[in-house]
Design a protein around this ligand. Structure first.
Ligand code: PEP
Ligand code: MG
Length: 760
């Protein structure tokens, strides 16, 4: 059964469009379950469930029969959101007869809802003449099939919306997760890692003959490669294995893959896209074969596909084209991809994977670029060059927006600009409450571009310099001297203000391209301090570079990520002291910098007192702390709703850390994204946090929030908030209490109210 299901899903995945996908579903499910009818009903724009495909009922009824939610047996399955299994459907009070279907012959009925992301997309039904109840195994199979097919159907529906548009361009809306606030309107530029067959954007080619010649040229290069590899391995392979290389070469011929691709290019589709489509089709065909030998050939096709694709993409990589209003779109964008585009051209970002707490979203917030993450149903390869609106407040993307929608978003942008103008005036005013309580506002940095923005916005120090960012932007570890130069720039730019440099924090969702870490569970694996303590040579080089860079400035603090136990802190301190003594012996005039601990895991919350007693400062990394306290992967859009920064458990942990840190006379700050949320900042101030460190974009907003409320008022709000039992009530309580703060419109925007949604 499992094999059946796997091959059905694979086949459906390979379908050209939604109708083809639905037809495969009804035929293959009917066959696998040996029934007489299988049908799919999908919810239409009006919320009715329409018969979209059937194998067994009259074909002419397709598109004609439609039931409202709750109406008939199909409507009942949809409203109940669970299977309905009936021996004699006709006897059920909900039964409705549609003569067009010819279903009167069928007695038994089993219907299961097709649910994607909590929404009922449709209903999958099987029927039989014999009067019998489908058994448990059959019911379980249909439920499993519906669950697996839901995502595929949602995706095919979304792709269909785009493909249908053709000449009559039609607005479409896709949901994601809010990544970085703001609205951007521009042209989609789809980028993907080189030779990623699934990420090739759909493009047309203007000059078919030139494209055909280019394709042949790339095939020629690939042929030479394959022959060379074959020659190199000649002595080590037997005749049968050698034959594989000949098979590869013949696949490139006109009579095989080459010919199919040529055909598509002739229809005006770019060589890279045509090639990737043909390869993916063949790969799927091979993977679904029963014979294990043939199944394995899928890997050969894929390998060949990547090889040729790399050549096809080579020239576009050398001369990437970015319009001045680029919206960067990709399946899994990385920091180095961001680096490819001139920052003045970058208006917005859309990532199919990841969520609001992924590092790419954090970078986007630092740069003030509106971003939507986790747009899992966006057929991203189809939208290159199209006009797109990115709504980073509500996590929505619109393709080919109507004039009406664009105007609404233009209004929001105008309002944002007004808001920013008002905030600029705050730059030189201190961050203090009307009753003169000072709250130092620091910034989180990583890119050089952050420095100017931070200083312009009145940052009083750096609470987190993410040193992994310069590491991520290279293709090898930077040398000690290269690091020293980079760190010196940071320290100099902010001097005499303090700069808190975090030691290398890789692993989790921040793999270094040149230092791969393959793990089942990267967030619970080898990351942060665990990596650097296992590689003292990397740690020591980094610390020495920091210390040398601080000579004569003495504004450095060193901070350790992902500390889980006292011994890790002690080991790291020993190494730092060693580096310090060695350098002073070598004649450097450096002061030993304060050493601090990030509180990012629950273990550190419970040992905050002991950690505080052994360090110079604590800084809460609320991004990771929230993920570990709530057991919610910060990158996974599927559980993004469960990542609740205002969860009472998180708030209590934050409160506890500040009390325990202060009990040892140690200063406590916070450098997670929460500190940059104006409402949260008010709470953190009331809890007693000594420093709030955030992205430069949000700094003025936080300053305005704090300047508008007395410490006493903030403490009263905190008391009420801490009495709440879940994140929703904390949010409601905050909204009510802060309604008079003068930034309701901003809060409303950031809390995702506002526009009426568009079509789709
Ligand atoms: C955090 O976890 O809150 C933090 C500041 O570190 P990062 O987001 O870089 O993991
Ligand atoms: Mg962290």
């Amino acid at each position: 059964m499992l094999n059946h299901l796997r091959s059905i899903v694979q086949e459906v995945n390979a379908a050209r469009d939604l109708p083809a996908a639905l037809n495969i579903i009804v035929h293959r499910v009917k066959e696998a379950m040996q029934t007489e009818v299988c049908s799919v009903y999908l919810r239409d724009g009006l919320g009715n469930f329409r018969l979209m495909a059937t194998d067994g009922l009259n074909e002419s009824a397709v598109g004609q029969v439609s039931l409202a939610a709750g109406e008939g047996l199909v409507g009942m399955v949809a409203t109940r959101e669970e299977p309905v299994n009936l021996e004699k459907a006709i006897d059920h009070p909900n039964y409705q007869y549609f003569p067009a279907t010819g279903e009167e012959r069928f007695s038994s009925f089993l219907g299961t809802p097709i649910i994607h992301q909590r929404e009922v997309l449709g209903v999958l039904v099987i029927q039989q003449v014999a009067q019998r109840r489908f058994d448990e195994g059959e019911e379980a199979f249909l439920v499993t099939a519906s669950a697996q097919l839901a995502g595929v159907i949602a995706h095919a529906e979304a792709t269909g919306v785009l493909k249908r548009m053709g000449k009559n361009v039609q607005e479409a809306r896709f949901k994601g997760v809010a990544g970085s606030p703001g609205v951007a309107i521009g042209r989609a530029v789809v980028i993907s890692p080189t030779a990623d067959l699934r990420g090739v954007p759909y493009k047309v080619c203007a000059d078919v003959d030139a494209e055909l010649a280019f394709f042949q040229e790339c095939l020629g290069k690939a042929r030479i490669d394959i022959k060379n590899v074959g020659k190199q391995l000649e002595s080590r392979l037997n005749a049968q294995e050698q034959a594989l290389f000949d098979a590869y070469l013949s696949m490139l011929d006109d009579a095989s893959l080459g010919g199919e691709v040529t055909e598509r290019i002739r229809q005006g589709v770019s060589a890279a896209y045509s090639w990737s489509e043909v390869i993916l089709e063949h790969e799927r065909n091979f993977s679904s074969m029963a014979d294990p030998y043939l199944r394995e050939r899928a890997a050969d096709v894929r390998d060949l596909g990547r090889r040729v694709l790399a050549y096809l993409q080579e020239s576009s990589k050398l001369n990437p084209e970015f319009p001045p209003n680029s919206i960067l779109v990709g399946e899994e964008l990385t920091a180095s991809m961001l680096g490819e585009i001139p920052s003045e051209f970058l208006q917005g970002i859309v990532s199919v994977l990841g969520s609001g707490n992924s590092h790419i979203a954090i970078l986007a917030r630092a740069m003030g670029v509106p971003t939507v993450m986790g747009a899992v149903d966006l057929p991203f390869t189809q939208i290159d060059g199209r006009e797109v609106i990115v709504d980073g407040y509500r996590g929505l993307i619109y393709t080919d927006p109507s004039d009406n929608l664009r105007e609404q978003y233009d209004d929001i942008r105008a309002e944002e600009l007004e808001l920013v103008k008002g905030l600029e005036a705050l730059k030189d005013l201190p961050c203090e409450t009307p009753d003169k309580h000072r709250v130092p506002l620091w910034v989180n940095t990583g890119l050089m571009a952050d420095v100017v923005r931070s200083l312009e916005r009145g940052a009083e120090g750096v609470g987190l310099y993410r040193t992994e960012i310069p590491f991520l932007l290279r293709d090898r570890f930077p040398s000690e001297e290269e690091q020293r130069i980079t760190y010196r720039e940071q320290l100099e730019a902010f001097a005499p203000r303090t700069v808190t440099m975090r030691t290398l924090d890789v692993g989790g969702d921040k793999p270094l391209p040149y230092f791969p870490i393959a793990e089942q569970n990267p967030f619970l694996g080898w990351r942060g301090i665990r990596v650097t303590l296992d590689h003292p040579e990397i740690f020591l080089a980094q610390v020495r570079a920091m210390l040398k860079a601080s000579e004569g400035l003495d504004n450095l603090r060193i901070m350790l990520p992902m500390i889980t136990s006292i011994s890790e802190l002690e080991s790291a301190k020993t190494l730092i002291h060693r580096a310090y003594f060695e350098l002073t012996e070598d004649g450097y005039h450096i002061e030993l910098p304060p050493i601090g601990v990030m509180i990012e895991v629950p273990a550190a919350v419970y040992q905050a007192r002991e950690l505080a007693a052994r360090s110079d400062f604590l800084s809460v990394g609320s991004n990771d702390l929230t993920q570990y306290l709530l057991a919610v992967d910060r990158n996974n859009p599927q559980v993004a709703d469960l990542y609740q920064a205002y969860h009472p458990a998180v708030l209590r942990a934050l409160h506890q850390v500040v009390r325990d840190g202060h009990s040892q006379g140690t200063s406590v700050g916070i450098c997670g994204e929460l500190a940059g949320d104006p409402a949260a900042a008010v709470l953190l101030m009331a809890m007693g946090y000594d420093v709030l460190s955030m992205n430069a974009t949000n700094l003025p907003k936080v300053k305005r929030a704090i300047r508008g409320i007395t410490l006493e008022q903030a403490e009263n709000i905190l008391d009420e908030v801490m009495a709440q039992e879940d994140a929703e009530s904390v949010n409601l309580c905050l909204e009510r209490l802060l309604a008079d703060g003068g930034y309701t419109r901003y809060l409303a925007l950031s809390r995702k109210d506002g526009l009426k949604s568009g079509s789709h």
